[in-house]
Ligand binder design. Structure first.
Ligand code: GLN
Ligand code: ZN
Length: 765
């Protein structure tokens, strides 16, 4: 019999209970016991829901109060010294490592947080030293996977504990600072394996029959040593006492297949939604290796679309035909952590759009139906039929298809992605036109989003104030920001973005082809959840989206005001994308929407226009090769299509943060000026890399994540360092990113000091 499996369920609760409880605990409003109870309740609900849906393999240990990688670090005693100095209980230690702690005499910063592969989830990066003392807690009650397994069992739910595997755990971490160059993380393998063994033995002794070990790094480019480490690790571990499934997701495992081909485990899980092309080679291999089961990841754990049953069944049935039903499991592609909890909570979505979606709860049914469809299709005939109807309805829906948009995308030419003249010629015109001083100063766009702004936005959304009143309020905020910038003598001003709640949603709401959820939250990190808009169909812009605010700002000052837009790649990456057309097509549709907006801004007298692309780097495909090369090309092209419709004199800015960027990648955008997050880099090599960048650059001079105010002298030193390598004529002066999360007080001081430092160098050059 084919089995069903779900690799993990969202842990935030259907009404964001976990966020509310955790933040209440942090602010001292509830006790730790109360918080722990909330976690327990969410877990119980999740398990029982899966059981009700008839899922055979239900994950446990997929819950976390902060992050599952951090949980494992804490469990294995991978705890940097500074967190052990204080007598913190395990949960407080977890939070201290995840988000830092400043209380009484305690002052520790958080560990680094990084993106979980190409998802919008972030994990806390474990740090290792040569002497990391891997061990389990002495009391079983502190062994989280064991506890949760037993907790589910007590509820009558047999679960499959999920543990991040040794190779992924080590390679997703990093050496502590002093050991950056000397410690090869895989050297720690012999020390960590006995702890894995103990953990597994304890789970087996408690009754666990199935264990899932995640090795998601198998979808990355791995060097030979890392590949070889799989064999070493899994041959050292004694795993025969349970059914151990090694799981990968988010990509193809095929380039690393040799590394896992003969591992002494019971089976493998692969993601066939993201990498359907791996089916043939995997079936070919497994047909000769009868000891392995195959878990077919086919219900998308990363998106909100209903499954296409007919298409999925093709894949599943191929596997069944080749391997036999006993060896096949039908599964979600990855944990459902990356999808919203329950579509039922969407009371404002139109019935039609709703009928296209499946959130985590609905995906459980999908897994169950697909599983039944293999052995007894008659038992689910009505579901299969309804799904067929959905597929046709969606494909032909007016909400999805817009012929004019499709034709326009098909008609994009190379010329549309090229400015009239190359940068040096444009710059000559711009220099004359703007007459900016050396070291021009600017900001990245947003100014503090005060409580007052949020209250007024809320009132407007709820209809408590009229559109006119709201507009008057926004204008008064814009005026405040403009006057302040004039006062401290910034050179290129911004309107401050008070009208925007979020840089993607704000535009998405004004674009046809987008849908919004009320409750579609997914965890980004810790208690930060995001509610990505959904691209449902061909995208078009009914009217200008940002012109009014920029024009107002420009009308009240004689200085240049920079228009502010979110670029096509960022719009795409921070939304749930369509699964029926490729990402490039969606990016180009967005590019055309933005192109019209850029043109409108230019026509309205906005001469400087910034198109933000903070998500440019994260769109990069996980593996090198053709797909990644193609991305470099189309991502840059989509940006250029958005911005190349303007005259030479119009200055296009772009902005990037969150990641290491290759200057060559940025070069291809051909923006006149780029601003880049830099303040925490402290890396002379990085500056040097930008020396070859042909256009103008502002390396972010201060960290906008912190209320700390750098002094004028600090700015001068920092700029001095950059000036050792960078040409001074290309040098823009700006912060790392937008200031929306900052308070006014520190913003005023930091920017004032920044402008003073720019003036200091103006005198010198
Ligand atoms: N213009 C945006 C802002 O200032 C950019 C934000 C970002 O890069 N994340 O808020
Ligand atoms: Zn930014």
């Amino acid at each position: 019999m084919v089995q069903s499996s779900v690799l993990g369920f969202p842990r935030i609760g259907g009404n964001r209970e976990l966020k509310k409880a955790t933040e209440s605990y942090w602010s001292g409003k509830i006790s730790q016991e109360e918080l722990i109870e909330v976690g327990k309740k969410i877990r119980a609900e999740n398990w029982l829901l899966q059981k009700e849906n008839g899922i055979d393999l239900i994950a446990s240990n997929d819950f976390s109060f902060y992050d599952q990688v951090l949980d494992l670090a804490l469990l294995f005693n991978v705890i940097p010294e500074q967190y052990n100095k204080f007598d913190l209980n395990p949960l407080d230690k977890l939070f201290a490592m995840g988000r830092g702690l400043q209380r009484d005499s305690i002052d520790v910063t958080a560990l680094e947080m990084v993106k979980w592969f190409d998802s919008n989830y972030h994990y806390v990066r474990p740090t290792f030293t040569p002497t990391t003392d891997f061990k389990l807690p002495s009391e079983d009650s502190l062994i989280k996977p064991l506890n949760e397994y037993l907790e589910a069992k007590a509820l009558g739910v047999e679960t499959q504990p999920v543990i991040l595997g040794p190779i992924s755990f080590l390679t997703l971490g990093k050496p502590e600072k002093e050991f950056l160059d000397s410690l090869n993380l895989l050297e720690l393998l012999p020390k960590v394996l006995p702890v894995y063994q103990q953990l597994i033995d304890k789970l087996v002794a408690a009754g666990a029959k199935n264990i899932q070990i995640d090795e998601p790094v198998l979808v990355l480019d791995l060097d030979e040593k890392t590949q070889a480490a799989f064999k070493t690790a899994y041959e050292t571990l004694k795993l025969s006492s349970a059914n151990v499934t090694v799981a990968t997701y988010f990509g193809t495992v095929v380039p690393n297949l040799d590394a896992i081909k003969s591992l002494p485990v019971s089976g493998f899980h692969f993601d066939f939604t993201r990498a359907p092309e791996q089916l043939e080679p995997i079936l070919e291999w497994l047909s000769n290796e009868k000891q392995y089961k195959l878990s077919v990841g086919i219900v998308d754990g990363r998106n909100v679309w209903k499954n296409n049953f007919a298409k999925s069944l093709e894949v599943i049935n191929k596997a069944v035909a080749k391997l036999g039903a006993e060896r096949v499991t039908v599964a979600t592609s990855s944990s459902l952590l990356h999808t919203p909890v329950n579509l039922e909570a969407e009371t404002k979505l139109s019935e039609e759009i709703k009928s296209f979606f499946a959130f985590a709860t609905q995906k459980l049914t999908e897994v169950a139906v697909l599983t039944k469809a293999v052995s007894s299709p008659e038992s689910v005939s009505s579901e299969l039929k309804a799904n067929e109807e959905y597929v046709t309805k969606r494909a032909t829906s007016k909400l999805i298809n817009n012929k004019a948009v499709q034709e326009r995308v098909a008609g994009v030419t190379d010329a549309m992605g090229r400015r009239n003249h190359p940068f040096p010629e444009r710059y000559a015109v711009q220099k004359d036109f703007y007459k900016l001083p050396l070291f021009p100063t600017t900001t990245i766009g947003s100014f503090p989003q005060t409580k007052e702004i949020r209250i007024n936005r809320n009132k407007f959304q709820k209809g408590k104030i009229s559109a006119e009143e709201y507009e008057a309020f926004i204008n008064s905020e814009i005026e405040k920001v403009i006057r302040f910038q004039e006062e401290i003598d910034l050179d290129v001003l911004v309107h401050g973005e008070p009208e925007r709640n979020d840089m993607t949603a704000y535009f998405g709401e004004q674009i046809n082809g987008y849908a919004f959820t009320l409750n579609g939250w997914v965890q980004s990190y810790g208690t930060r959840y995001v509610r990505p808009p959904v691209i449902i169909g061909d995208l078009s812009r009914p009217k200008a989206m940002s012109v009014k605010e920029s024009v107002y700002a420009q009308s009240i000052t004689t200085k240049h005001v920079k228009g502010m837009l979110t670029g096509p790649i960022t719009m795409l990456r921070w939304s749930f994308p369509r699964d029926d057309v490729d990402q490039k097509t969606q990016a180009f549709q967005l590019a055309l929407v933005l192109r019209d907006e850029v043109k409108d801004l230019e026509n309205a007298g906005i001469n400087i226009i910034q198109v933000d692309e903070p998500a440019l780097r994260e769109g990069l495909p996980l593996r090198s090769g053709a797909e990644r090369d193609a991305y470099y090309t189309w991502a840059a092209e989509s940006f250029r299509v958005s911005t190349s419709c303007v005259e030479d004199k119009t200055q296009i800015h772009s902005h990037f943060c969150y990641s290491d960027l290759d200057p060559n990648h940025i070069k291809a955008l051909d923006a006149d000026v780029v601003s880049i997050e830099f303040s925490k880099k402290d890396d002379p090599n990085y500056i040097r890399e930008f020396k070859t960048y042909p256009n103008h650059v502002g390396l972010g001079l201060f960290d906008i994540h912190s209320p700390r105010v750098p002094s004028k002298e600090e700015f001068i030193t920092k700029m001095g360092k950059i000036l050792e390598t960078q040409e001074y004529e290309k040098f823009w002066v700006n912060p790392d990113c937008g200031l929306k999360t900052r308070g006014w007080e520190e913003t005023k001081l930091s920017l004032t000091h920044m402008v003073e430092a720019a003036k200091f160098y103006r005198e010198k050059y």
